[in-house]
Design a protein around this ligand. Structure first.
Ligand SMILES: [Zn+2]
Length: 714
């Protein structure tokens, strides 16, 4: 078939190059439509006919039905609409966001084959998505398995992260690697969990811009972006959603049949006696007399109020209701729901959906989660992941007087139980009740006469935390003496509980940012002795997760270094410093804590910066002023890193450890300067023993994941 004739080409090229390319695009479009008739079904109905949900992908395996979550229908229809080039999904967890993404991918593979790129926050997520979502989806849906050969088939050419099919391919990449975006052009771009993307990828810019650059050659390109939001003003999905038509899902009240949103403030869970009973959670209709009388409420909450509406007239047509509906009515309410654009003039469709709409999360579960929130951090997680809203209340300022008030309230036992000489110093040490694991941060200071600082912190149930002790070993860090003192400290110091039984420090994170070679040599020799001394550095990426998935290896010294996401750790710990009643997340400072110590813990504040290359805003922790010292703050962050590094290896059972430490009795009277036992201790039942006076400890890392990283011990 020859559609192109030279006549019209000459005619058009004489006008302008862009008119020509537009014209070609239109013709190509008509050829395309001519050759491949549009599928009979939209994405929603096609998914109903063709998608089988795998046992691996969720709690409800079997044929997919959009009727199970009726709000998914319009999302799918819009995502597959050829006239729509972008869709934004701001959705809570467990609302079926992933199923929507999967269905769109499946639809394009089967009906409109094209190059597809799926971007996940990191490579690990990309692999996980392929393994737990995409591959089972292909295996379980015959229409897909006919098109895509298993990557195990010898000649398939398919890998976990790239699958070929007639007319296209699908690739999955992590947002953190610039190389991932240097590929052929793609037509369908899926951006998943965009709020977890880095601000900047390896100095070359915003990963979303890089990915969009791959789309630019296509006239019929499509981008689907989704995420739960994070922090206000930093959240990408929030920013993108605000530029869309902002569709909200209005359900019908089963009593008064009036349309309204399900908002968190309209979930009630008090029983007849006025007590909280999350299991009774139900929805209260918003049409109460008070609201109907309120002009502002009517304008904000009644979607068909046009600017020139006579509100009094409207009021007369509305009924006051306020009646409650139980969970069993949710299905009916969703079935009678409708998406409404809050900004109809915007071009890009955007959908917002919190967890209260999900058929997979009960109102009772949500109410229970809400009533169990104790910390600001937990509240933020609920607001982000359940309500799909950005978190505004940062609460990131901590001042020394906040900490002083905390110290005044403390009743801190096991304050100082034992004293030991290290070099010229007398060290006083003891383990507070409630602690399950002790970890240390070590900081090397070259300035002045030089010193090594050590901060020891204890961690209990729900990450309740105690400052156990801090000390300074003075001496020129280029000379051996101060390093000898540090080794002696690590070998000698244990922390007696109230009964006098000794508790060991499980992990020592030492900053290798300064005196790097010297630190490596020290780490190597201490690890050879069996002490869990770990080289760490602060990750440069401000969005780096608190614990990196793997360390970097220095081959010369054969020492691993973990790049801790210090910026994120600070964002996690600082708001907790203010948390008050003892319990999960609360910090404890010993009676007698010095003002200098409190000033150091409160030495940094969070500021907003913009990335020079990508222009993205981000949070950064900075000293409040240049002369304030912050070593104690840094060591606390490293000690938390040491805690995180310990947790996966010992399959931590903190409540059990807390109990064991609190009740342990000394094996023999503990005297100052006790020599370590030379015999190897018996292997304890749980492969982990904290209660031992002899500091030559069981290696808790033996046989663990940590050992896998080209280890540097013996
Ligand atoms: Zn009602």
């Amino acid at each position: 078939m020859k559609v192109v004739s030279t006549d019209w080409r000459e005619k058009v090229t004489r006008t302008s190059p862009s008119a020509y390319s537009n014209f070609v695009a239109t013709i190509t479009d008509s050829i395309r439509q001519h050759l491949t008739p549009p599928p009979r079904l939209d994405v929603a109905d096609w998914s109903n006919e063709n998608r089988i949900l795998s046992k691996l992908s969720g709690p409800e395996p079997g044929p997919y039905r959009w009727q199970r979550a009726p709000y998914q229908r319009k999302m799918l229809q819009v995502a597959g609409d050829p006239s729509v080039s972008r869709v934004v999904l701001k959705m809570a967890v467990q609302t079926g966001k992933t199923i929507v993404m999967e269905n769109v991918v499946a639809y394009y593979i089967a009906n409109d084959p094209s190059p597809i790129l799926c971007v996940m926050p990191d490579n690990g997520e990309a692999k996980k998505w392929s393994q737990t979502k995409l591959e089972p989806m292909i295996a379980d849906s015959p229409v897909l398995s006919e098109l895509i050969k298993s990557s195990r088939a010898r000649d398939s050419g398919n890998t976990q992260l790239k699958k070929m099919f007639p007319g296209g391919y699908i690739m999955m990449v992590g947002s953190q690697s610039e190389a991932a975006f240097r590929m052929l052009s793609i037509r369908i771009l899926m951006l998943d969990e965009v709020d977890a993307y880095p601000v900047d990828v390896e100095g070359v810019g915003d990963p979303i811009k890089l990915a969009r650059g791959r789309l630019s050659n296509w006239w019929n390109k499509k981008e689907i972006m989704s995420s739960t939001p994070t922090i206000k003003d930093l959240s990408r999905i929030d920013e993108e959603f605000n530029k869309t038509d902002q569709q909200h899902f209005y359900i019908m009240c089963p009593h008064c049949k009036q349309f309204q949103l399900i908002e968190w403030k309209n979930m009630v869970y008090k029983n007849k006696d006025g007590e909280n009973d999350p299991s009774s959670a139900r929805f209260a209709c918003q049409f109460i007399e008070e609201n109907i009388e309120d002009d502002e409420w009517l304008k904000d909450n009644h979607y068909y109020v046009k600017p020139d509406t006579d509100l009094n007239k409207l009021r007369k047509t509305l009924k006051k209701c306020g009646k409650e509906s139980s969970e069993s009515k949710k299905g009916w309410m969703l079935e009678h729901g409708v998406w409404v654009e809050h900004v109809p003039e915007a071009v890009t469709p955007g959908f917002y959906l919190p967890s209260m709409y999900s058929p997979w999360v009960s109102w009772a579960e949500l109410a229970e989660e809400w009533t169990e929130i104790r910390t600001n951090h937990e509240r933020m997680v609920f607001i982000n992941s359940r309500l799909a809203q950005a978190w505004e209340n940062l609460d990131d300022r901590i001042e020394p007087h906040d900490l002083a008030e905390r110290v005044e309230r403390e009743e801190y036992d096991a304050d100082i139980i034992q004293q030991t000489n290290i070099g010229p110093q007398l060290i006083q040490h003891g383990c507070p009740t409630g602690v399950g694991i002790l970890t240390a941060g070590i900081d090397i200071q070259e300035q002045g006469e030089g010193r090594i600082e050590i901060g020891i912190w204890g961690w209990g149930i729900g990450e309740e935390w105690w400052h156990v002790m801090s000390t300074i070993l003075r001496g020129d860090v280029k000379q051996d003496d101060v390093w000898r003192q540090l080794a002696e400290f690590i070998r000698k110091i244990t922390f007696p509980n109230v009964n006098g039984a000794s508790v060991g420090c499980q992990a020592w994170c030492i900053d290798s940012g300064a005196m790097t070679d010297r630190v490596y040599r020290f780490v190597k020799s201490m690890r050879a002795e069996g002490y869990n001394v770990i080289s760490v550095k602060g990750a440069k990426d401000v969005n780096a997760s608190p614990l990196p998935s793997q360390p970097s290896l220095n081959r010369l010294h054969n020492v691993n270094t973990f790049h801790l996401g210090v910026n994120q750790i600070k964002s996690l710990l600082v708001p907790r410093m203010k948390f008050d009643p003892p319990g999960a997340g609360t910090m404890h400072l010993r009676l007698g804590t010095t003002l200098e110590f409190m000033q150091q813990l409160a030495s940094e504040r969070r500021i907003v910066k913009r990335n020079k290359v990508s222009g993205r805003p981000y949070h950064l922790w900075r000293k409040k002023n240049s002369h304030v010292r912050n070593e104690q703050f840094d060591m606390m962050v490293y000690a938390y890193g040491a805690y995180l590094l310990s947790s996966p290896t010992i399959q931590i059972d903190i409540p059990d450890l807390v109990q064991r430490i609190a009740t342990a009795q000394p094996e023999k009277p503990v005297k100052e300067g006790d020599e370590p036992k030379e015999t190897e201790p018996e292997q304890p039942e749980m492969g982990y023993e904290v209660l031992r006076p002899a500091p030559k400890r069981t290696n808790i890392f033996a046989g663990s994941w940590y050992q896998g990283w080209g280890d540097n011990r013996r």
